[in-house]
Design a protein around this ligand. Structure first.
Ligand SMILES: NC(=O)c1ccc[n+]([C@@H]2O[C@H](COP(=O)([O-])OP(=O)(O)OC[C@H]3O[C@@H](n4cnc5c(N)ncnc54)[C@H](OP(=O)(O)O)[C@@H]3O)[C@@H](O)[C@H]2O)c1
Length: 238
């Protein structure tokens, strides 16, 4: 038996990087994974990899920054009786620009995807999970959102969105508790993905998307049934 046998899950930003690794890991553990991202070819490839390994997945092109897209994403649950056991808020974007040069539109885009998108998905998930008697939400934070860890210039909107994600995790864990809904976060340092190569090409890391997927799986699984409101900080081991 896999750790997520028979569970219905959503992973946002599942087209590459940590999201793809998580979707593949969840499917290996027996979950059905609804994979969302904006780039059709990339989520189609994630689903192909899962199906090739004998797993179950659905590809859904959606921008979590758009409410109508999120509504379509959650409508995909109808096929599975409206159930949702795990939501992973992984989708995120960034604009690398100093505060002095950042436009309001750039600021708004980053916050709309990274924070508002996670809120809209979490609210819908929490409604379903509360009604069915429980569930787990795992949010992707970052060391960018953890106080007293070195910050890098140009990431103002991203950093603020990640501080916000940890705040959302904290308050939703409190509000979810009476319903059996656990809300936790993983805050990685550098992970070898496209985002790292774009945001901080000078950083080198041996932490892989699979490493973070393992931690996400842990928080999503019954092994972490005692954890609610936690933030697992993943400092690189080099
Ligand atoms: N890599 C790191 O070093 C690192 C460190 C700390 C935290 N994290 C966090 O880990 C998570 C995953 O990052 P990653 O490094 O795997 O990034 P990535 O390689 O850039 O992948 C991001 C995924 O999110 C999707 N996405 C972006 N905007 C979206 C939107 N508006 N709606 C739906 N999907 C969207 C992307 O696909 P489309 O562009 O096709 O939509 C892609 O599939 C993020 O929350 C990130 O902040 C990463």
């Amino acid at each position: 038996m896999g750790e997520l046998e028979g569970k219905v899950t959503i992973v946002t930003g599942a087209g590459r990087g940590i999201g793809r690794a998580t979707a593949i890991r969840f499917a290996k553990e027996g979950a059905t994974v609804i994979c969302c991202a904006r780039t059709t070819a990339q989520i189609a490839e994630t689903v192909r990899l899962i199906e090739q390994a004998g797993g179950k997945a659905v590809a859904l092109v959606a921008d979590v920054g758009r409410e109508a897209d999120v509504a379509r994403l959650f409508a995909a649950l109808d096929e599975f009786g409206g159930r949702l056991d795990v939501l992973v808020n992984n989708a995120a974007t960034l604009v690398v620009k100093p505060v002095l040069e950042m436009s309001l539109a750039e600021w708004d885009t980053v916050l709309a995807v990274n924070l508002r998108g996670a809120f809209v998905c979490s609210q819908r998930a929490m409604r379903i999970m509360a009604a069915q008697g429980g569930g787990a939400i795992v949010n992707l934070g970052s060391l960018s959102g953890v106080a007293n860890v070195e910050k890098f210039p140009g990431l103002a909107a991203y950093n603020v969105s990640k501080y916000g994600i940890l705040g959302l995790t904290e308050i939703m864990s409190v509000e979810g508790k009476p319903y059996g809904v656990r809300v936790n976060a993983v805050s990685p340092g550098a992970v070898d993905t496209q985002m790292l190569h774009e945001a901080a090409p000078h950083l080198h890391t041996s932490t892989t998307p699979d490493d973070i997927a393992d931690t996400i799986l842990y928080l999503a699984s019954d092994r972490a049934r005692h954890l609610n409101g936690a933030n697992i900080i993943v400092f690189s081991n080099e």
